[in-house]
Design a protein around this ligand. Structure first.
Ligand SMILES: N[C@@H](CCC(=O)N[C@@H](CS)C(=O)NCC(=O)O)C(=O)O
Length: 216
């Protein structure tokens, strides 16, 4: 039985797992849940994740939620023979760097993005808190400047890795929010190195397959 992947269209945390599954060529059954239809609050889903969030994977009789933990699990459970297909490099220091990057992305960039999501996507326009939006926007811009500074090669940590798959969907979501509020100017915060990195990820053969269905 293939691994089951519970996803929500447009969820940056689910998207990172989707990219990872494709990158590692792990067979999976995709289940796209609907936020609007309340799928994540249904008893059968709450049994898998009492926090009612995607992503969740079910591998045999083992269910796992929290995207960063899922990325680690996939690498441990399905070690790649092809070095091109790893999520975490074998070298201990490089591996630690990938973990650090994911932690930074979740702790800092994600925090800013989630504050924007709350306003731009979940609050009616007439009730937007402009001070809150401006503060969150600044965090996101600062974080993008940070990643621009530390990007030393084609990808965040040597070859493409779980770190790239963690950052990209959040950046894509920020650009999507900019369509609703152009003053976010996220595109202006993407430096030339980050722009090249973004294009390299978008050029991955499996990238289009993972693109959020309702964004197409
Ligand atoms: N820390 C979690 C975050 C997951 C998360 O926030 N998922 C959102 C979608 S982006 C969700 O499922 N929200 C539905 C809800 O809270 O009911 C992870 O990394 O997996």
């Amino acid at each position: 039985m293939p691994l089951i992947f519970y996803c929500g269209s447009g969820s940056p945390y689910a998207w990172r797992v989707w990219l990872a599954l494709e990158h590692k060529q792990i067979p999976y059954e995709l289940k796209i849940l609907s936020f609007d239809a309340g799928d994540l609050r249904k008893p059968e889903f709450l049994k898998l994740n009492p926090r009612h969030r995607v992503p969740v994977i079910v591998d045999g009789d083992f269910a796992l939620y929290e995207s960063a933990a899922i990325l680690e699990y996939l690498e441990d459970k399905y070690p790649a023979t092809d070095p091109q297909r790893v999520l975490f490099p074998a070298n201990i220091q490089q591996r630690a760097s990938v973990r650090r990057l994911i932690r930074e992305i979740d702790q800092y960039f994600s925090a800013g993005i989630e504050r924007l999501v709350e306003q731009i996507l979940f609050t009616p326009k007439e009730k937007w808190n402009e001070a809150e939006i401006s503060a969150a926007r600044q965090i996101c811009h600062d974080e993008l400047a940070y990643f621009e500074r530390i990007l030393g090669g084609d990808f965040l940590a040597g070859a493409v890795s779980a770190a790239d798959f963690s950052l990209y969907p959040l950046l894509a979501l920020s650009l999507r929010m900019q369509k609703r509020k152009p003053e976010l100017a996220m595109d202006s915060a993407i430096g030339p190195k980050l722009d090249g990195w973004k294009q390299r990820l978008e050029a991955l053969a499996y990238f289009p397959k993972t693109y959020p269905p309702h964004w197409k």
